[in-house]
Design a protein around this ligand. Structure first.
Ligand code: HEC
Ligand code: HEC
Length: 197
């Protein structure tokens, strides 16, 4: 190979390497280093074991960034999270999201009320929940949140918050859907989803 071509090839390889790692890429290893504070509420590696603190492990990265931004700019309300998110830069959010999305969620140990879970399954099919909330293992790369295996109390609170206007979503889809749900429906759906792998 003549020297110029070899040099050209080398430049190409270098450019490719550079273009695949832009300066502001999300950095999962950096996210791991930054997540210690989060762990006090969300558990080590986002594997929460407390009912009102959501599991972040295996959650969609795009969704995590969008929620942290919403907590930061006050569009989503929670006293702890509004304070936490104010201290995060955009890069912090990307790094943390990449880290949590990369963690394999542990199988849950939630035992549902069987009757409620069966009713919840039927309600979810009727409302088309599963079409948007994938169950697959690659949900970390989806735009919509993973709700399978999430904490029961957290799931129920979010559905009530969407329904009653305490939480809003950009498209308004969740607000509209949640308005069709009674408290009993929410309990049923929560039991169904919290027990899903
Ligand atoms: C003092 C406790 C506390 C700390 C510390 C904390 N969180 Fe949270 N976080 C919460 C609570 C409570 C909620 C649920 C809010 C609600 O009910 O809407 C939450 C919700 C979230 C959500 C939304 C999840 C979802 O499924 O919509 C994200 C993302 C999040 N936290 C990320 C973080 C990150 C990243 C850190 C560390 C930088 C952190 N949290 C630190 C208490 C905490
Ligand atoms: C058309 C798509 C779509 C359908 C259908 C849908 N969802 Fe959602 N859901 C979303 C999106 C998008 C979000 C994130 C909203 C936001 O940005 O805050 C969401 C958020 C949620 C959350 C909050 C997750 C978290 O981690 O805080 C829950 C719980 C939820 N949906 C449950 C349901 C249930 C139960 C149904 C069926 C009754 C349903 N969804 C139907 C798209 C959908």
């Amino acid at each position: 190979m003549p020297p110029r071509t070899r040099a050209g090839g080398l430049l190409c390889i270098l450019l490719l390497a550079c273009s695949s790692v832009p300066a502001n890429a999300q950095d999962s290893a950096a996210g791991e280093r930054k997540h210690g504070y989060c762990a006090s509420c969300h558990g080590i590696e986002g594997q929460s074991f407390k009912p009102h603190y959501p599991i972040l492990a295996g959650q969609s990265a795009a969704y995590l960034v969008s929620q942290l931004s919403q907590f930061k700019n006050g569009r989503r309300h929670d006293p702890s999270m509004n304070t936490v998110a104010k201290q995060l830069s955009t890069q912090d959010m990307r790094d943390l999201a990449a880290f949590f999305a990369s963690v394999e969620p542990r199988p849950g140990h939630f035992t549902p009320d069987a009757k409620k879970a069966a009713r919840g399954k039927a309600r979810a099919a009727k409302a088309g929940c599963t079409g948007c909330h994938a169950r697959s293992a690659d949900s970390a790369s989806q735009p919509n949140p993973r709700i399978a295996g999430q904490k029961l109390d957290y799931l129920k609170k979010q559905l009530r918050d969407f329904r009653d206007g305490r939480r809003s979503d950009a498209s308004g889809i969740m607000h509209a859907i949640a308005q069709t749900l009674s408290d009993a429906d929410i309990d049923d759906l929560g039991n169904y989803y919290a027990a899903l792998p």
